[in-house]
Design a protein around this ligand. Sequence first.
Ligand code: 5GP
Length: 345
Amino acid sequence: MRIENDIKLDFKDVLFRPKRSTLVSRKQIDLTREFTFRNSKQTYSNVPVMAANMDGVGTFAMAEELAKSGIFTCLVKNYSANEVIDWIESTGKDLKDSWAFSIGTAPDDLIKFKSIYNEVGQEHMKFVCIDVANGYTETFVEFVRDFRSNYPDIVIIAGNVATREMTEELIINGADIVKVGIGPGSVCTTRVKTGVGYPQLSAIIECGEAAHELGGHIIADGGCTSPGDVAKAFGANADFVMLGGMLAGHDEGGGEVVDNKYVQFYGMSSRAANEKHFGGLREYRAAEGREVLVPYRGVVSLTVQDILGGIRSTCTYVGAARLKDLSKCTTFIRVTQQFNSVFVE
Ligand code: 5GP
């Protein structure tokens, strides 16, 4: 047994130190990032915020709406191949830089990917999100490696991991973008059920550094509860930030609205998700997700404005004219929790 004594931080443990700035208006802030991905050599030029591939978030309607603000959506895994093909042919064609098809590592997932890809072609299918709860297994790395050798031009998002060495391992084996986060999610119970996890701000800083040294990219996935947290993830040098809970409860997610006040939201490893997608929780598994009611918030565009407005404002406080400059302009100060007050509307 070993103990690491270094302090590891979460979003709540830090604040941005304000800095002298020549910026006069939030309008001046450029939130677009341009990336060339290490392995696929594909490019990206958009706002690097992503909707998670979760029920109630990663829907076609969400992808269409978020694309209007330059935001990316990882579609839920449970759309059928025909549903995705129909959607691409009707709408998705014009949005090719704004969505990823999500898969696990089951043989059926690969069959589904192939049938869509063969139908619509590389021209209309640019990203895949290979998403498993535990990205540390050898079979996962082999899956990513095989996928890369079969599809050299697809942008591969792969995860989740939370440490440097596994970020490097995935990038070396073909991933372009590594999804970082073990246990921080709003409806995730991994830390309670297993005792496994890594404080998210430190995971972003460390995995980001490891990825960037290799020319790779990372997504900070999970744990953001406010626009300030999203800005902190970018300040910590995340290339993309993925949001589940912050985008839940909106019309575009398609969830049932209860009493005109709440929408059901659940983790994708929760009992509810297992019942919906797999006909129940297998007897050897524990649910690692919660089911909650989130406030019903109507259309997502107002929430998007709030999030992007918050990031712009952070940039003005620290003197970053572009989102690209935010991490260079960031000095985090450590705070005790009582100073990092949570604003509840
Ligand atoms: P949030 O933005 O809600 O804090 O976090 C979203 C992320 O939580 C997702 O992108 C995914 O990585 C993670 N997640 C979603 N459902 C579950 C679950 O049931 N269990 C666990 N451990 N993580 C989940």
